[in-house]
Design a protein around this ligand. Structure first.
Ligand SMILES: Cc1ncc(COP(=O)(O)O)c(C=O)c1O
Length: 288
């Protein structure tokens, strides 16, 4: 039996029904999060839930549930679904109301949906790295909001998939912003560079965790814009996201990154990241 969260209740998946005029369905009018689960424990759960609250505020929604309520619901859901290594997905929309672009009248309740999924760690990608392409960043100017509207991201990811690649690195003009579903780190002469946390990128929780780990462990970490040329000339490139963790990128548009193998700084970042996972969630099995 699989359970899901619908508006504060945990019910069987097939019983969950959403109205055809839910604003998430019609407009993408809502926000979402994906939280990693290791050993049945949410990794950086607080940080994700705080970002959910903040994304909601940025689109004029005061969340109808507290962080504590959400934490408790998702912990129960993880247990009921028996998730060891996986994810919790959650989204909150502005609710159901007759179609009209302007916000619905006061009193319309938000719709909260959450489900879990078993998902192993991407061990092969973590070990060997992935291929990537460059794609134009055609998204809106509030990429800091984790909004349900993902068309720009989806089109870029599809372009990568059609090229047999894992990720698309987005650029606005010459500036690299982020990946279609990840943040990007380039490494040059031992320093890690990433795009500043402003409206052009989602400030990833993985990115924030990595920044803290670098600062605590003497790895130079600089938030600074860099260009496509800088990316192509990098010694190493790493991709960061909840599901990808710290994945080496070994090729961009068919050209090898550095010597075409994951480099030593990326390996160090992976080690620091895994130690942090184990600190929060307990020892990880070798292959999961
Ligand atoms: C556009 C974008 N940037 C960055 C990230 C990484 O964010 P996080 O580390 O919080 O998963 C994601 C994750 O899905 C994303 O979709």
């Amino acid at each position: 039996m699989e359970y899901v969260v619908l508006n504060g209740e945990i019910i069987e998946r097939y019983q969950a029904k959403i109205d055809v005029e839910d604003r998430g369905y019609q407009f993408g009018d809502g926000v979402y999060e994906v939280i990693r689960v290791y050993n049945g424990i949410m990794f950086t759960g607080r940080e994700h839930l705080e970002r959910l609250v903040s994304s909601a505020e940025k689109i004029g929604m005061k969340l109808g549930w507290t962080i504590e309520e959400l934490e408790s619901l998702f912990n129960t859901l993880i247990k009921k679904n028996g998730i060891g290594t996986g994810i919790v997905y959650m989204q909150v929309t502005r609710g159901t109301s007759p179609r009209n672009h302007a916000f619905p009248p006061a009193g319309v309740s938000q719709t909260l949906v959450a489900y879990t999924r078993d998902m192993q760690r991407p061990m092969n990608n973590l070990a060997n790295g992935v291929k990537t392409i460059l794609a134009e960043d055609i998204r809106w100017l509030r990429c800091d909001i984790k909004s349900l509207n993902l068309l720009g991201n989806i089109l870029a990811k599809q372009k990568a998939a059609e090229a047999g690649c894992y990720e698309a690195f987005l650029h606005r003009g010459e500036t690299i912003t982020e990946g279609s579903s990840s943040n990007i780190f380039i490494i040059k002469d031992g320093t890690v560079y990433t795009h500043p946390a402003n409206n052009f990128i989602l400030n990833g929780i993985t990115r924030q965790t990595l920044e803290k780990l670098c600062k605590a462990n003497g790895v130079p970490f600089v938030e600074k814009e860099f260009t496509t040329a800088d990316l192509l000339a990098a010694d190493e490139i790493a991709i960061g996201s909840t599901t990808s963790e710290i994945t080496p990128a070994v090729e961009v548009d068919g050209q090898p990154v550095g010597n075409g193998e994951p480099g030593p700084v990326t390996r160090k970042l992976q080690t620091l990241f895994q130690q942090e996972i184990e600190r929060q969630c307990g020892t990880l099995a070798v292959n999961s």
